[in-house]
Write a protein that binds this ligand. Structure first.
Ligand code: CU
Length: 465
């Protein structure tokens, strides 16, 4: 039988999650935060915290613009927060402590109401701090897709899949060897003339990986038929690393980034996806065989990050073919010029790292300071801002702005227009420039989506005057 990701996970509220007050109307959805076990494969059974008895949590399909209630029930001993990544919603329901969203107390509950939007691939996840505890925050299984549906037509496809990339069993390491090189093309625009050469602190690595809740080779393969057109919603739900993936033998047509349609869809043979980012791709099944869809990095793929794709009637060992090593370039999905108004104000953001040294953690600075800043980032409603992000560190950072969408302007000196996102990977020693209109109110968090970086200083609060 075909095993559709999430098909068995019932998200809609039901009798078992009845409100404490029997007179209270039932919420549209309920998320119960509680311990779960995830069997990645027979030898890797992870004990973690998840939503509604699983990790990833249920796919929530919401209607754009339709007020929706969600009961968040916390069956754990620690306060929790549920963040709605990519949604344009008020600070008190956005789900971060920094913005003033109320915590869901241990063994307590909170009902929120939000108006889903904009349409497209969004996601929900905990926004609790983890600091040095690798069993907390985004290291747990508290993540899932939200798909906001509207009247748009993403294109012709036969089947829709939601695939979340994930790292498990995190540990501290002094030798972090990641694929940040992948982000680079062009000169190192922001490389400082002199670097702090103190030894780096501990970073976080992972033992095992999965797509949704299964490691490569465990669980049922993705069974397809020749000629079938898949629409795949990819999410990098890793708390730790950016990732590159490919489907051996196939090209993928990228149609949306962070859930927002791109001006110029393009066929690519691999996809680079920063922590927190989403990529929607149409894949035409036109190469019969048994293939692997997974991480391009062999060690990561062999540690679980992949799924077998099996054409009907074919048998044998799954094949892998390395894709070309072209650097990822957002600008290929953009158009020549922008239709948006020019920015009225520019905010410069300089990212730096203070190496932590042996057995300690690195500290991350925005404009010379770790979080919190002293009311430095004040927005005026209605003003269009340019953010110039200067990454003076040797890591690529996926930078996320809450409660707003921004438009890419330039990445590493290369112009890109018309690409609307909520998270952008700023290449190491590189630069990203984005514009956004301050069209909300209240507080909005801006941070690196790598949990350890965020916990150790790499965030700033934008506030409205
Ligand atoms: Cu970072």
């Amino acid at each position: 039988m075909l095993r559709l990701p999430f098909s068995s996970h019932i998200a809609q509220n039901n009798a078992s999650s009845a409100a404490t007050n029997p007179d209270e109307a039932k919420a549209d959805y309920a998320l119960r935060i509680a311990p779960v076990t995830v069997e990645l494969d027979r030898s890797h059974i992870v004990s973690t915290i998840g939503y509604n008895g699983c990790a990833p949590g249920p796919l929530l399909r919401m209607r754009e613009g339709k007020p929706t209630t969600v009961d968040i029930i916390n069956d754990t001993d620690t306060p929790e927060l549920v963040h709605w990544h990519g949604m344009l919603i008020p600070s008190d329901v956005d789900g971060t402590e920094e913005e003033g969203s109320p915590l869901v107390p241990p063994h307590g509950r909170r009902r929120i109401q939000l108006t889903p939007g904009p349409l497209g691939s969004r996601w929900y996840h905990t926004h609790a701090m983890a600091m040095a505890d690798l069993h907390k925050g985004a290291y747990t299984g508290q993540f899932g897709f939200v798909y906001v549906e509207g009247s748009n037509n993403p294109g012709a496809y036969d089947r829709e899949l939601f695939l979340a990339l994930r790292d498990w069993e995190p540990f501290f390491t002094a030798t972090m060897d990641d694929e940040d090189d992948d982000t680079h093309h062009g000169p190192l625009l922001e490389k400082p003339a002199t670097m702090n050469t103190d030894p780096d602190g501990l970073e976080v690595g992972s033992m095992t990986y999965s797509i949704n809740d299964k490691a490569l080779g465990a669980g049922e393969p993705l069974r397809v038929r020749e000629g079938e057109r898949l629409l795949v919603h990819f999410l990098n739900a890793s708390p730790i690393e950016n990732r590159r993936i490919a489907l051996a033998g196939h090209k993928m047509k990228v149609i949306a980034l962070d859930g927002n349609p791109v001006p110029v869809p393009q066929l690519v043979d691999s996809i680079f996806i920063g922590a927190g980012e989403r990529v929607d791709a149409l894949i035409e099944m036109n190469q019969s065989g048994i293939w692997i869809l997974g991480a391009t990095e062999r060690a990561i793929r062999e540690a679980g990050l992949g799924i077998v794709v099996e054409y009907a009637g074919r048998h044998g060992q799954p094949q892998w073919i390395d894709p070309s090593k072209l650097p990822w370039d957002y600008s290929i999905f953009g158009k020549a010029g922008s239709d948006s108004p020019p920015p009225q104000k520019t905010i410069e953001l300089i990212f730096e790292k203070i190496p932590g040294g042996a057995d300690k953690f690195n500290l991350w600075l925005i404009n010379g300071k770790p979080y919190p800043h002293d009311q430095e980032f004040v927005l005026q409603k209605g003003t269009r801002y340019r953010l110039v992000m200067r990454n003076r560190t040797d890591d690529a950072h996926p930078m996320h702005l809450h409660r707003h969408l921004f438009e890419l302007v330039e990445v590493n000196g290369k112009p890109a227009h018309g690409i609307i996102k909520d998270t952008v990977v700023v290449p190491y020693f590189g630069r990203a420039v984005v514009d956004f209109t301050a069209d909300q109110s209240g507080l909005a968090l801006f941070h690196c989506h790598i949990q350890q970086h965020m916990d150790y200083g790499f965030k700033a609060l934008f506030r409205y005057s």
